[in-house]
Every structure is written in C-alpha cells, then in structure tokens.
Design a protein around this ligand. Structure first.
Ligand SMILES: [Zn+2]
Length: 202
C-alpha cells in the first residue's frame, strides 16, 4: 500500500532571500536557486542542513530575476536539472541584462532544461514523490509561478502580499487562484512564513 510520504520544508537561504528545499524523504526539490556567484554559500548551507546535493532531484525558480535563479546553470553542472515552466522560457535570456561582470553570473542555457506547462506539473512532481502543483501566478512579473503543495503550503516567490497589492489586480487574481486551490500558508522568497491573509478573502 503506497502512502504519500509527508513533505518537509527547509530554508537554505541567505542574503535576505529564502531558498526552500521541499523533501519527500530523500527526494528533494529546490525552490529558487541562489544569487549569481554564490555556489559556495549554497553548498555550505545545504551541508549545514544535512541535505546532500545529489538528493536534489531538480531545481526551479519562481521567476527569472537574479536573486531567484542566479545559480541555475551552475547547479545544472553539479547534476541538478532545471525545471522550467513554459511561461518562463522567454524571461530566461533577459536575466543577463541585470547582471554585472563582477556578479560572476553563469548564463542559463537551454541545454538539459526540463520545460513543461503548468498543467503537467502535478504529474511531474508526483514522479519525485511530491504532492502538489505549480500555478502561473503573475503580479510581480508576468512569468512568475508558485508551487502549491497539497498540504496548503504555497511558495509564492515575490508575489506582493495581498495587503499591499490593492492596486495590483493581477496579483490579487493570483492570490485568489492559490486560495481557491487550498493555499493556507505562504512561504515567500523574502521574509517570514505567514498564514494566508484571511481578512481579504472573498
Ligand atoms: Zn526577489
């Protein structure tokens, strides 16, 4: 009888940015992928938290801004495949414009990327033992996505909190979508974990 392994969530972040490792046993997913030029820090943090790099089955970025996907190519070279949602593909080459040579950003190539539509994300995640789905959640940028686990945990990247998004109908629509699919806790890319804002529920 196969029973779903319960999922654990660990923060391996640094420089005011959260990088979440979502694990079903030793099958792990990295949500958001480090600042450019910081592979050593990322590896040290993983080691500190007892997470072997080889157990990370893939990494994905909530969006392609440098604090969220800066290490994607370097992690691919370390053997961690990059999961890209189809709505994100065009944003990847633009990242380079926001980096300076001293950032030591290694440009992301298309080679080896696992590109899927959001509609296939549940099936993809189930193959690594994680029950959840990735949704297109624009509002910070057009290509932002969020991971929503079946336990209600939502990894929302830089989606502006509802309280501050009153003039951002696109973001509010994304929060509505996440709530409708059962989100109860928010794991943002910056700041502390918080419950979903219930006061603005509709
Ligand atoms: Zn950010």
């Amino acid at each position: 009888m196969a029973k779903a392994t319960s999922v654990t969530i660990v923060n391996v972040g640094y420089r005011s940015t959260n990088y979440w490792v979502v694990s079903a046993g030793t099958s792990r997913l990295l949500v958001d992928i480090g600042w450019p030029g910081t592979l050593g820090i990322m590896k040290a943090n993983l080691r500190k938290m007892g997470i072997p790099l080889c157990e990370i089955r893939c990494a994905f970025a909530t969006h392609y801004h440098i604090d969220h996907a800066g290490l994607a190519e370097e992690l691919k070279r370390e053997g961690v495949p990059l999961l890209v949602l189809d709505v994100q593909v065009d944003a990847i080459p633009i990242m380079k414009r926001w980096t300076k040579p001293q950032d030591r950003y290694v440009e992301i190539t298309a080679e080896g990327n696992l590109v899927i539509p959001c509609a296939q994300s549940r099936q993809f995640l189930s193959q690594i033992g994680i029950a959840g789905e990735i949704f297109h959640t624009p509002g910070h940028s057009d290509h932002c996505v969020s991971l929503l686990l079946d336990d209600g945990s939502a990894f929302t990247g830089d989606l502006p909190p509802e309280t501050y998004a009153f003039d951002n109908p696109v973001a509010l629509g994304s929060w509505r979508l996440l709530r409708a699919h059962g989100a109860t806790r928010v794991y943002p890319a910056h700041g502390a974990v918080r419950p979903m804002d219930e006061t603005s529920g509709d």
